[in-house]
Design a protein around this ligand. Structure first.
Ligand code: AMP
Length: 215
């Protein structure tokens, strides 16, 4: 399966991507995670990305495109992939189509997670991420079994720097302006799978997998 998952910040892309990638045995590749990893290692790309991420802006298209073009050629992507948070602009989507054509692959579906803004803001401010494996929790709706500790790997949880009220407003505006138009782009390619993302993690994940299986 060759998939992308889209949605506003906090829509649950990473959470649902985890179950989908396990089900299909494909890598879950989050461009946001790649940037956070580069930031923590203080690489030149990380230092550049941080300037944009801290302000709630998108990292320039050429940086995101180059990362994906490199990543998709790796061995684990040969039987499929699930990109989470990429593409995020029309330019990225068009470049991605060109990369896929170059390597002789086609996207099977673009999953769009639809969640109302009030739910998104609540989810983001309560989100906690594992420092080691990147798994997402929510202190209200999906708390870890032990406070501040990841259920899967036992590492400590943290709150992302950009998960605060001021940055969320900016990230949502950027989403409406630059990323939402991708819904029509993938609809026109007949690849769009629209999902109501309000519900329990297991229920929404099952809904996505059932919709993909029905394609
Ligand atoms: P995420 O983890 O998907 O919420 O991404 C966190 C931040 O990383 C975003 O707010 C952007 O600043 C940046 N980012 C992630 N993916 C992309 C992308 N495809 N293009 C540009 N910026 C991105």
């Amino acid at each position: 399966m060759h998939l992308i998952i889209m949605g506003a910040p906090g829509a649950g892309k990473g959470t649902y991507a985890e179950g989908i990638s396990k089900y299909y045995g494909i890598p879950h590749i989050s461009t946001g995670e790649i940037f956070r990893d580069a930031i923590s290692k203080e690489t030149p790309m990380g230092i550049l990305a941080k300037m944009y991420i801290d302000k709630g802006q998108l990292v320039p298209d050429d940086v995101a495109n180059a990362i994906v073009e490199e990543r998709i050629k790796q061995e684990d992507c040969q039987k499929g992939f699930l990109f989470d948070g990429f593409p995020r602009t029309l330019n990225q989507a068009i470049e991605f189509e060109k990369v896929l054509e170059k390597i002789g692959k086609q996207l099977d579906a673009a999953i769009n997670i639809d969640v109302p803004e009030e739910v998104i803001i609540e989810r983001i401010v309560h989100r906690r991420i594992c420092t080691k494996c990147g798994k997402s929790f929510n202190v209200v709706t999906l708390p870890p079994k032990q406070e501040n500790i990841c259920d899967d790997c036992g590492a400590e949880l943290y709150q992302r720097d950009d998960d605060n009220y001021e940055t969320i407003r900016k990230r949502l505006d950027v989403y409406y302006d630059l990323t939402m138009p991708l819904i029509d782009f993938y609809k026109s390619l007949n690849k769009l799978v629209n999902i109501d993302g309000v519900g329990k993690k297991e229920e929404v994940t099952k809904l996505i997998i059932d919709s993909l299986e029905a394609l």
